[in-house]
Design a protein around this ligand. Structure first.
Ligand code: G6P
Length: 613
């Protein structure tokens, strides 16, 4: 996730671009840059670090003359945060400048093709390919707009682009697919941006572009084109939100916004790693024969990331037949773990900076294990220290309680398990194909989980139960792992005492705590274990518990035989079902916290990144 902004008008562009970027820092903040046409050529200023560095470098924009330009605030995906990887990216011949939000999935073959034509590259990014591709088509006689259109036709992946051309001063082109882009109408000035806050100070009349739309704007005009190059009219919307709400995309809290971003985040994480029906993990380079000799996997992490590891155990063991042990990072260090070069240690961390997790990583390396990190922040300490890194492409997560990072980490567990299974040939081809098909359907199904009917039902149950003092989460197998996360969410943001237990284990102790009105959330998404979990539900109902079920569609009648209250999610492969069921649990915790008047985004005593032991 990155933020882009573009401006054409009569005032100096640079200060307006910097101001716009300051409202987009929530979309990325590892580097920032702007490019303006100064009357003679395109001038770029860009630098690693916070936007303030760019403001200092350009004296608040004063050092860059010119009345048209583009700007970017970066959340690194391809290439670590650095000056040279910062946007805007210039084409090799310095005719074009590009800012990009998204991921160009086929940038490597495109880069090779352009290098063969003699073009040079100066960064490690996927974006630079777009700048050079536009220049390549322009050199063949295309106009500015035709060159952009031809370039995006060759690109696979997601993009919102802002483009400047040195030969066409006073014009900015914007184009989008699967990443957000809006246009803002000004008086004698026009704007593009990733999001409304960037331009709200200047205009409230905006156009939300659709996938495939391209726009060409000058100070006094804008023309919209569809995918076929035909001129189209677009509907103008009048924004009525205030800036504080707009930064959260109109949502009341970052957590809610991030809950709704999950289908996209999971799509961004999975999609680029599937080619021709197979998993391709370009980012990891295991030595030859390494997987064949693999004897054991440890998954080491803290908090929610550790619970992803608990899911990972079920998934990887099932598909790869390699023993997997999830361990809390704070324990792993001091547990004298048995490690050697036949052990893979998977480290999971959203921030990439958690002190316990980083220390566990170092311990694992010292003891001779290979370390693969699953991290959301490019260039973070854990990413740098690991042998291999698989990034989750969730974008910046602002709410302290994780939601979209958790979901993308889970998606990486699926990718990794299928990758290892593919390399070790542990799955019959039909099973592999069925899992791959299910994996590709997942983002769409996650959108269904967040249907208005489901969210209304969750709000209703939250209203019913928000005053409970004790909550139990029960489930079997992978459902019991998901319960751990559901319970943690409720503790973290709603400050309710809750416990997660494998459903069959309840009778060995904790059932003594069930009394009239205790809430039990029963997650039962595995058809083979459904009846067993329902038996456990009956045990708690008989002792006075109120039960809320989470199950799959098709089990409506079956679940209503045992309980009245239930939430339904689409069915997928049992191994991927947790991605569906965790969302109602997060959303339930969110609404319960809201009804209890808690500070949802900044819960008491907690920090987003814990850099102390
Ligand atoms: C903190 C956060 C948790 C998070 C954990 C691990 O405790 O509050 O939400 O799961 O750290 O963080 P990491 O950045 O390593 O995933």
């Amino acid at each position: 996730m990155c933020g882009i902004v573009g401006y054409v008008g009569r005032e100096q562009a640079a200060p307006i671009l910097l101001d716009g970027l300051s409202k987009l820092e929530y979309r990325g903040y590892d580097s920032a840059g702007i490019c303006v046409y100064d009357g003679a050529a395109l001038q770029v200023a860009k630098t690693k670090g916070r936007l303030q560095n760019l403001i200092d470098l350009t004296r608040g924009g004063a050092s860059l003359p010119g009345t048209s330009g583009i700007g970017h605030t970066r959340w690194a995906t391809h290439g670590a945060p650095s000056d040279k990887n910062s946007h805007p990216h210039m084409s090799d011949g310095r005719k074009f400048s590009v800012v990009h939000n998204g991921i160009i999935e086929n940038y490597l073959p495109l880069k090779e093709m352009l290098e063969k034509k003699g073009m040079q590259f100066h960064s490690e990014t996927d974006t630079e390919v777009v700048a050079n591709l536009i220049e390549y088509f322009y050199a063949q006689g295309a106009t500015f707009r035709q060159a952009v259109r031809k370039a995006v036709a060759r690109v696979e992946g997601s993009y919102a682009l802002g483009v400047l051309c040195a030969d066409v001063p006073g014009t900015v082109i914007g184009v989008k697919k699967d990443s957000p882009l809006i246009f803002g109408y000004g008086q004698g000035r026009n704007f593009i941006a990733s999001d409304v806050p960037a331009i709200l100070k200047y205009t409230r009349d905006v156009v939300y572009l659709n996938d495939g739309d391209l726009l060409e704007m000058t100070a006094d005009s804008v023309t919209f084109y569809n995918t076929h190059g035909e001129v189209v009219e677009k509907k103008t919307e009048h924004v009525t939100w205030e800036i504080s709400a707009a930064e959260k995309g109109g949502y009341a809290h970052f957590m809610l916004k991030e809950i709704y971003e999950q289908p996209k985040a999971v799509r961004d994480t999975i999609h680029p790693r599937i080619r021709e029906g197979r998993i391709v993990l370009d980012d990891i380079q295991f030595p030859a024969e390494y997987l064949k000799n693999l004897r054991r996997i440890y998954i080491v992490a803290c908090g929610s990331a550790y619970y992803v590891g608990v899911h990972g155990k079920y998934i990887i063991e099932n598909l790869c037949r390699v023993p997997v042990e999830p361990v809390l990072a704070s324990e792993f260090r001091y547990a004298d773990p048995v490690l050697d070069d036949t052990t893979l240690v998977i480290i999971i961390s959203q921030s990439g900076e958690t002190a316990d997790t980083l220390a566990a990583l170092r311990e694992a390396k010292c003891r001779g294990a290979r370390v693969l990190a699953v991290v959301n922040v490019v260039g973070s300490s854990i990413a740098k220290a690991a042998d291999d890194v698989l990034y989750t492409w969730a974008g910046p997560e602002i709410a302290v309680a994780t939601t979209k990072a958790f979901s993308t980490q889970l998606a990486v567990m699926y990718l990794l398990a299928l990758y290892i299974a593919q390399e070790l040939h542990t799955l019959p081809p039909e099973r592999y194909d069925a899992l791959m098909a299910a994996l590709q359907r997942l983002p769409e199904q996650l959108e269904e989980v967040l249907s208005p009917e489901n969210v209304t039902a969750i709000q209703y149950y939250a209203a019913q139960y928000f005053n409970n003092r004790d909550v139990f989460f029960i489930g079997r197998n992978l459902d019991s792992a998901t319960c751990l996360e559901g319970s943690l969410k409720l503790k973290e943001i709603a400050y309710i005492h809750s416990e997660a237990y494998p459903a069959g284990e309840l009778k060995h102790g904790p059932i003594s705590l069930i009394e009239n009105g205790t809430l039990v959330v029963a997650t039962a998404t595995n058809p083979a274990l459904f009846d067993k979990t329902m038996s456990n539900v009956k045990e708690v109902s008989a002792r006075g518990a109120d039960v809320l079920g989470i199950t799959i569609r098709g089990f409506e009648d079956a679940i209503h035989k045992t309980m009245d209250s239930a939430i339904f999610v689409p069915q997928t492969e049992v191994l991927f079902q947790a991605s569906m069921s965790v969302i109602p649990l997060q959303t339930f915790a969110y609404y319960v916290a809201l009804m209890r008047g808690c500070d949802v985004d900044k819960p008491r005593n907690l920090a987003k990144s814990v850099t102390v032991e």
